[in-house]
Write a protein that binds this ligand. Structure first.
Ligand code: GLY
Ligand code: MN
Ligand code: MN
Length: 437
């Protein structure tokens, strides 16, 4: 991502802010894992989207119209001793020269400097509740200003969440963002192919997870975008299964939901395939319904269609399929109306995808489903889940959990499947799995 794009984003946001306002974005806090060890640091997505600045202990302030510069970045000072232990810091000079700040101050001085930036401003754009410790500090600065009211200082009277402006920007991906998402998708697709080829009865779920992480890391995606789900048999019916400790059994399906994060952008892919390479008849019939549901949903994605249309299409195919197999009683229409299909398909067909796997952006605008526009990215992930013991369902159907998930870019004319490099047709899956037998 080049510096110009970050500068352009700040400009766009400041153009939407009225005069006499300030926006404040804190970096993500560091989190302790245990004594002396921190969790791998991941910058806050909103902060990174606006700054491209990867370090912790930083605060970005946007002040439209400020004479000494509209973009101020508070960050850590250079410190040769600390840098020997924990790595280089940009410092104030780097903040200006490399990261495009107009002005930069040491983070230690923020208590002295930031309240002055709020003085006599009408409105502060800040998202409360994401970083509670920082919320408290901001309240402290505002209270400090209030005490000076008799000296003629006016305290901002409105605090407005930044979400609406910022998240609407994040919802539509630029061509540079699409390049990153494409790369995340390509890496993740290769990881899923590797997993299919490696899978054998008797292996542990985490051994498959290791194959996936190997491919992510090898291509510079140093983290997954979310905890990988590698669930054999019954575990495929647990939607957010991440233990990944069971043994994979002959005759079971394996559901893998895993995606890489590349340069802050996520992929999110699910494939379901037989541990031994061959679907049994029950698995195959439910798989075919899920695949058809996914195709029907993707068919609904193009500019002008709205957010819920893919979901409606998937529900229709799944319900109809389950009725035809006798797993749902009555007519398809009634099963949809009464939502009896939800016993088998209890989640939605997708979500926005971007810097966060469940990305930002409203799904409804003014009470209406959002209409697709070019540059939006989303997942399409229908599924069917039949855990053991499901009432009214014969035993031969138990322990089948299937989900098929791809990442989609809305284009001018329709859409593009970014994750098409992983097979999902049963024949292709079987061919890939037996290729290295
Ligand atoms: N991997 C999380 C999801 O599919 O939504
Ligand atoms: Mn998903
Ligand atoms: Mn997923």
């Amino acid at each position: 991502m080049d510096k110009k794009e970050f500068a352009q984003r700040r400009k766009t946001l400041m153009n939407m802010m009225e005069p006499n306002t300030v926006a404040i974005l804190p970096a993500a806090p560091m989190r302790l894992r245990n004594r002396d060890v921190e969790y791998a640091y991941r910058q806050d997505s909103d902060f990174y989207y606006m700054t491209g600045f990867p370090e912790p202990q930083a605060v970005a302030v946007l002040i439209p119209g400020r004479k000494h510069g509209e973009y101020v970045l508070f960050c850590r000072e250079r410190d040769p001793d600390a840098e020997i232990w924990n790595g280089l810091r940009a410092g104030q000079e780097g903040a200006v020269e490399r990261f495009g700040a107009d002005d930069s101050f040491p983070i230690e001085d923020i208590d002295d400097i930031l309240p002055g930036m709020l003085e006599n401003k009408q409105r502060v754009f800040y998202t409360m509740g994401t970083h509670p410790d920082f919320d408290q500090r901001l309240i402290g600065w505002v209270n400090h200003l209030r005490k000076q009211a008799r000296a003629g200082i006016h305290t901002p009277s409105e605090f407005v969440s930044l979400d609406h402006l910022l998240h609407d920007m994040r919802l539509i991906k630029s061509s540079q963002e699409v390049t990153m998402m494409r790369q995340a998708a390509v890496i993740s697709a290769e990881a899923h192919r590797r997993a299919m080829q490696a899978c054998r009865p008797g292996m542990k779920e985490y051994q498959i997870e290791a194959e996936i992480m190997h491919t992510f890391m090898k291509h510079g995606a140093r983290s997954s975008a979310y905890g990988s789900i590698v669930g054999g048999g019954p575990n495929g019916c647990i939607l957010h299964y991440t233990e990944n400790t069971d043994t994979l059994r002959d005759g079971d399906l394996l559901l893998i939901d895993a995606g890489a994060e590349f340069e802050y952008y996520a992929a999110d892919i699910t494939r379901t395939f037989p541990v031994n390479g061959k679907f049994n008849p029950q698995q195959r019939s439910l798989y075919d319904i899920t695949l058809e549901a996914q195709a029907a949903a993707i068919e609904q994605i193009r500019p002008g269609k709205h957010w819920n249309e893919p979901h409606e299409a998937a529900v229709e195919v799944i319900t109809d399929g389950l009725v035809k197999l006798g797993l749902l009683k009555g007519t398809t229409r009634k099963a949809i109306k009464d939502e009896t299909y939800r016993k088998f398909y209890m989640h939605r067909t997708g979500h926005w995808l971007g810097m966060d796997v469940h990305d930002v952006g409203d799904y409804k605008v003014g009470g209406e489903w959002r209409v697709f526009e070019p540059g939006m990215t989303l997942t399409v992930e229908p599924g069917i889940y039949i855990p053991a013991g499901m009432k009214g369902v014969a035993k031969k159907w138990w322990n089948i959990g299937i989900r098929i998930e791809d990442d989609i870019l809305v284009t001018k004319k329709g859409c593009e499947v970014l994750t098409k490099d992983v097979p999902k047709q049963p024949d292709e899956i079987q061919a890939l799995m037996s290729a290295v037998a």
